[in-house]
Write a protein that binds this ligand. Structure first.
Ligand code: HEC
Ligand code: HEC
Length: 139
């Protein structure tokens, strides 16, 4: 008895999901499921010298591609160029001093755990067309 009811409910949920998908419209103004969208140019923008920082305390944007660097428990691809020991050889800016303090304000030997996953805060920029006009004014 339970089986048929469960599959009936699943069927209803699936139907509801389909109906919703058709009604949702995106910032582009049409259904998110529209296949006619032109593919975005996803190439990561590289900007020698870096992007301007738009507001105080903004994590600077990453001015180079990052698809070849991974960050996991065993290794951190970003620190191969940005750590105090490696930055000079790679002509890269060293991670900010703030990255060496734990949440209690104690100085850490290595990059603080809360700053380990770089892309949690630092984002690269992609060559994608903005969906809507951006009127944000920098400082
Ligand atoms: C092969 C070396 C290398 C690796 C690996 C690398 N970077 Fe960089 N990074 C650089 C160099 C060199 C610059 C300076 C670029 C410039 O000024 O054009 C830079 C600049 C930056 C900046 C800009 C800093 C500022 O003050 O504007 C950020 C943020 C950054 N990288 C983050 C990262 C993150 C996050 C990763 C890992 C996903 C990473 N980088 C991996 C070499 C590297
Ligand atoms: C919790 C957010 C956060 C994380 C995680 C983080 N950063 Fe940052 N980062 C910032 C902010 C905010 C700044 C700029 C202000 C500051 O802290 O001095 C910055 C500054 C920088 C700079 C510029 C330094 C300078 O003097 O111009 C570099 C390079 C950088 N970070 C690299 C990294 C790398 C590599 C990692 C990973 C190991 C990382 N960051 C992790 C937030 C973060």
């Amino acid at each position: 008895m339970q089986r048929p009811i469960a599959s009936l409910l699943a069927g209803v949920a699936l139907l509801a999901a389909n109906v919703c998908a058709e009604e949702v419209s995106s910032l582009r103004g049409h259904a998110v499921t529209d296949d006619s969208d032109t593919a975005l140019n996803k190439q990561t923008l590289a900007l020698p010298g870096g992007f301007a920082v738009a507001w105080e305390e903004q994590p600077p944007m990453i001015p180079h591609p990052i698809d070849k660097y991974s960050v996991d428990l065993r290794q951190n691809g970003c620190l191969k160029c940005h750590s105090p020991a490696t930055y000079e050889a790679n002509k890269a800016p060293v991670i900010a001093d703030s990255h060496f303090f734990d949440r209690d304000g104690n100085r850490t030997q290595k990059v603080a755990a809360r700053r380990y996953f770089c892309t949690q805060c630092h984002a690269p920029q992609a060559g994608a067309m903005p969906l809507v006009e951006n009127v944000f004014q920098t400082r």
